[in-house]
Design a protein around this ligand. Structure first.
Ligand code: HGY
Ligand code: MN
Ligand code: MN
Length: 414
């Protein structure tokens, strides 16, 4: 199979999917349970069908395509990623992994691979968690780790719950538990993804063998003070939520730096209420996203944040709330599958190296319970979650061939 033909197919699919964004000309904004998501899923269904897969959409909006094996009750080999994006994100994060899963299915068929077990291409609906502040919703539901209560609990900036968003999208959230796959029905999970970091590009290494994915904890913090006149209220009479919150926020990055080993912590969202320049802030909401390959580091930083909030809000005379939106531990990926891909890269002359993932992925959720592996392709200058995100189509081609080889081994194994 000529690599150019594969590149052409991947390019055509990704170019076709680029149109499904709520912010044309300003990156990819494809949030779950929106028109853009619906259009992307319909496109994915079409290319899966054209590739000869049997296609269906599940109760939470995940889309699957299957090449049925000789023994359909055998645990399947699943490959995929997410089709949702962040706001004003890039054209490759997640969706390229779904497109490459369909491409691997094409290659398996073209090779005439004997499918002892089924191959499933998967497109998950809400990995980013950007709309509802959560994460890994689609892959978590597939594992039976999301329920109706979860859907009602988390809301977007407009106060729309996951539950209501699903209903307006045409789904029946009361049936969410039907999205769970039977225990043992997925034998292995493969995810091809852009690195979203600078390592491969800087080193001019073609492929990244991901051995570990960071754990993540996400919080929404609300600090309560009192609205007052900014000019007439003496400094010692204020309950200034902004002062208390920023004293905590400003210390979080150093708590991560002190841990080292790639530990990171980010406040990506801050909002004051009522938000007037001449009004002392009555309320400040901010997010925290803490990540490390060492779970104790994550817990320790979360504790430091709670202690600092207690102290600063007491000093200010106000109060605070901290809502946990996501807690997931680091995951080690399958050494066996990584070694197969490493040997294949060496044989094919593709440069490769092992590296951890600082980004979470559906593989982070799925890898908690199922043998999982990830393969990275370079991100130009390490940029991602922004419109300039870029990866050469030919990089996806090389990775898709390595993944097709791995899938073939797994599918033909006695
Ligand atoms: O946030 C992440 O790490 C991923 O892009 N969802
Ligand atoms: Mn992603
Ligand atoms: Mn992402």
């Amino acid at each position: 199979m000529g690599l150019e033909k594969i590149t052409g197919r991947i390019a055509a699919d990704l170019e076709g999917l680029k149109q499904f964004t709520a912010t044309p000309g300003n990156g990819c904004t494809r949030l779950p349970f929106t028109k853009e998501a619906r259009d992307a899923v319909n496109y994915l269904k079409d290319i899966m069908t054209e590739a000869g897969l049997e296609v269906w959409e599940d109760e939470v909006g995940n889309v699957f395509g299957i090449l049925k094996g000789d023994e359909p009750d055998e645990p399947c080999v699943m490959m995929g990623s997410h089709y949702d994006s962040v706001k004003n994100g890039g054209d490759f994060d997640g969706i390229a992994g779904v497109v490459c899963a369909v491409e691997v299915a094409r290659q398996l068929k073209e090779r005439g691979v004997t499918l002892k077990r089924s191959f499933v291409a998967a497109g998950f609906c809400d990995e980013e968690g950007l709309r509802f502040g959560t994460g890994y919703f689609g892959s978590g539901a597939m594992l039976g780790k999301r329920d109706v209560e979860y859907c009602k609990k988390f809301k977007d900036a407009d106060g729309i719950s996951i539950y209501d968003a699903m209903v307006s999208y045409g789904l029946e959230p009361e049936k969410i538990t039907d999205a769970k796959w039977p225990e043992g029905s997925i034998g292995s999970f493969l995810e091809l993804h852009i690195e979203q970091g600078p390592v491969l590009d800087a080193e001019h290494t073609e492929l990244g063998l991901v051995n570990c994915i960071v754990g993540i904890q996400r919080y929404m913090v609300t600090v309560y003070g009192r609205a007052d006149h900014a000019g007439t209220t003496p400094m010692d009479m204020r309950l200034d939520a902004a002062e208390a919150a920023t004293k905590v926020i400003s210390r979080i990055p150093d708590w991560a730096r002190e841990k080292g080993e790639g530990t990171v912590a980010t406040t990506g969202f801050i909002r004051t209420t009522p938000g007037g320049m001449n009004i002392v802030a009555e309320k400040v909401e901010f997010t925290v996203d803490i990540r490390s390959t060492n779970n104790d580091y994550i817990n320790d930083i979360a504790t430091k944040i709670r202690v600092a909030l207690e102290i600063e809000t007491q000093k200010m005379g106000g109060s605070y709330e901290i809502e946990n939106k996501l807690t997931i531990t680091p995951v080690m990926l399958s050494e066996e599958m990584l070694k197969i891909m490493e040997a294949d890269c060496l044989e094919k002359g593709f440069s490769c190296r092992y590296l951890p993932s600082g980004a979470g992925h559906d593989a982070l959720e799925i890898g908690q319970v199922i043998p999982t592996v990830m393969l990275f392709v370079p991100s130009r200058e390490g940029r991602s979650h922004c419109p300039v995100e870029f990866t050469k189509y030919s990089d996806f081609t090389k990775a898709s061939v390595i993944m097709a080889d791995l899938a073939q081994k797994l599918l033909e194994k006695e």
